[in-house]
Design a protein around this ligand. Structure first.
Ligand SMILES: C=CC1=C(C)c2cc3[nH]c(cc4nc(cc5[nH]c(cc1n2)c(C)c5CCC(=O)O)C(CCC(=O)O)=C4C)c(C)c3C=C
Ligand SMILES: [Fe+2]
Length: 430
């Protein structure tokens, strides 16, 4: 399954992450940029050896989402059906070791998004296989691997001068019932794919490549994307049964993305221009209580019709909500309706890109109720937007009765990589 092309140094580096001496091999590989795959003799997983992108097709499961570009994939690229989100703690004190891992992750992530295995060693039966193997034969399935860095990382490894001032732990927010075991992290990897096994394979393999340098702090699986990020996508439904993402920012609205999502020249860290802040919130839905609420109560809570997704002031999904409409002396969209309180009209024009997923982690053993809900992910030019909106939602939103925030994290996602760049080089600045 492998092709011997890397020699002993690279085999050791990539196979067992023997970091000593490995950096050189990786640096050489990056000078080939996107040709690194050929240099390293990557294994093509697809049965016929071709990616559908090469053949000009755009449909899943063979779809390849380009790994490199101005922005990281996995932010405004079309939301896939599945998510595996890993938050890692860095457990080494060696900046060089961390950098080497990030460089190895770059090569592995680029390969996997192309439907290839983690770059191979010489296939020695005496060593564990470089790639764990469960994605062999599976197509790329639109895999994206997106990296982000948490606030605490910048207090170490000489990175203080690279920290953007907007990156700090999220403050306690009203209504939080956070489980520390589901919060924070030094690095996040968001793997999205239309195939759950492909997404899992990506996080499993970066975890393995990082052994001794990073450890998983928490992991969240998601299914059924709960927002659309492109105009071509139908609005999906969340576990409350409502269409979620109707008024989301769209990939083709570049002016709005520049204003609300992408870090721009206002940052004190120019290396982050083109990146974005990622907020992750694990929000449990009290599904049993929700399912006992009448349809009209559910629609008043959200401010939209359940079946059509239309605002209570309209008849079709994309009708703009009229927040001033009054019927029989009452606001048609109630004052505590979720879409009113979250709207830019109510938040000084603030908007965000939502890219969350539904989750279920079985049942809450203490009550026998479902532990299921929304793994909310949003992207921001400035995380202050999330804080401001959540302060309002956490104190006034009618939805509060049916949800609990149980996990929380903030990361800054750097911009996309150019040919020849790696995550390690990008973070440490050459
Ligand atoms: C702080 C940000 C937000 C959290 C947390 C949040 C949780 C949450 N939302 C839903 C369901 C829906 N949200 C909808 C719209 C919507 N939600 C937010 C922000 C947060 N939601 C925004 C910014 C918006 C868009 C507002 C606008 O631009 O007008 C909708 C309506 C459909 C849509 O526009 O997407 C639903 C439904 C749940 C169930 C939930 C927590 C579990
Ligand atoms: Fe919402």
């Amino acid at each position: 399954m492998t092709e011997a092309s890397g020699g002993v140094t690279r085999r050791r580096f990539l196979g067992g992450l023997g970091l000593a001496g490995g950096g050189l091999g990786i640096a050489a590989a990056f000078t080939g940029g996107s040709a690194a795959g050929a240099v390293l003799g990557l294994v093509d997983r697809s049965p016929d050896g071709r990616s559908e992108q090469a053949a000009g097709a755009v449909s899943t499961p063979g779809r390849v989402v380009p790994f490199r570009g101005r922005h990281q994939a996995g932010i405004i690229t079309p939301a896939q059906d599945r998510l595996v989100f890993g938050a890692f703690d860095v457990v080494t004190d060696s900046a060089g070791a961390l950098r080497d891992v990030l460089d190895a992750w770059t090569i592995a992530a680029e390969a996997m998004t192309q439907g290839r295995s983690v770059p191979a060693d010489d296939g020695s039966p005496q060593a564990p296989p470089t790639d764990t193997g469960e994605a062999l034969g599976l197509p790329p399935a639109a895999l994206t691997v997106t990296i982000g860095y948490g606030p605490r990382l910048f207090a170490r490894f000489g990175l203080a001068t690279r920290r953007p001032s907007a990156l700090a732990e999220l403050p306690p927010l009203p209504g939080d019932r956070l489980d520390p075991a589901r919060c924070g992290g030094d690095i996040c990897i968001q793997a999205c794919s239309d195939d759950p096994q492909v997404a899992f394979h990506a996080v499993r393999n970066v975890t393995r490549l990082g052994r001794g340098v990073v450890v998983l702090r928490w992991l969240q699986l998601g299914f059924g994307r709960t927002s659309s990020t492109t105009t071509g996508q139908q609005t999906p439904r969340n576990l409350m049964g409502f269409k979620d993402g109707t008024r989301n920012l769209r990939a083709d609205d570049t002016a709005a993305l520049d204003r609300h999502v992408w870090i721009g020249t206002e940052t004190d860290q120019p290396w982050l221009i083109g990146g974005s802040y990622l907020v992750a919130r694990r929000i449990r839905m009290l599904i049993e209580a929700w399912d006992r609420a009448s349809l009209s109560e559910q629609e008043r809570v959200i401010g939209r019709r359940k079946v059509s997704g239309a605002p209570l002031t309209g008849s079709r999904e994309y009708d703009p909500p009229d927040f001033s409409a009054v019927r029989a002396g009452e606001l048609v969209i109630p004052s505590d309706a979720h879409i009113r309180l979250a709207s830019p009209e109510h938040n000084a024009g603030r908007r965000m890109l939502r890219r969350g997923y539904s989750y279920t982690d079985g049942i809450d053993l203490s009550t026998g109720e479902l532990d299921a809900g929304l793994f909310f992910i949003s992207f921001h030019k400035d995380p202050a937007t999330f804080i401001a909106v959540q302060r309002i939602l956490g104190t006034q939103d009618a939805l509060r009765e049916y949800i609990v925030h149980t996990g929380s994290a903030l990361f800054v996602c750097p911009p996309g990589l150019q040919d020849g760049e790696s995550w390690g080089r990008q973070l440490f600045g050459a």
